[in-house]
Design a protein. Structure first.
Length: 135
């Protein structure tokens, strides 16, 4: 009997350690080595490796094999697979891209459709994107 791919994904993320590893990789802007993940989660690298391999087999992770350091095995860097489910995680690059689409406010004040002025910045001082019209 073959296991449906969706069930395999859920089983892979059903373990608390694997889920924590997946979250860590989802939050990272770059691929992470086993040592990076184990240090962040306070786990031994030998504990993390089988979990990474299980998630790779389930199609959740991609692995890049880097060159060897001074000694030891080649370094593997893990990242979320392109076709893995997002689970609602926002990639770290999205806020940066969103800020690039905000108006600068130099062309005039922003008003709502009925002429009421709208705040031109959000809480962190960045200009807001608005569906309002420019005056």
């Amino acid at each position: 009997m073959t296991v449906p791919p969706q069930l395999d994904l859920l089983k892979a993320l059903g373990d608390n350690t694997r889920y924590a590893i997946y979250l860590e990789l989802a939050r990272s802007a770059r691929p992470l080595a086993t040592a990076d993940i184990s240090e962040t989660l306070n786990l031994h690298p030998n504990t993390v490796r089988p979990h990474l391999e299980r998630m790779r087999e389930a199609g959740l992770l991609d692995v890049e094999v880097g060159g060897r350091g001074d000694v030891g095995r080649p370094q593997h860097r893990y990242s979320i697979a392109a076709n893995a489910p997002s689970l609602g995680f926002e990639p770290p690059t999205m806020p940066v891209l969103a800020r690039g689409t905000r108006p600068t406010g130099a062309a005039g004040s922003v008003t709502s459709g009925c002429g009421v002025p709208v705040s031109s910045t959000d809480g962190d001082g960045l200009p807001l994107v608005s569906t309002a019209t420019r005056a």
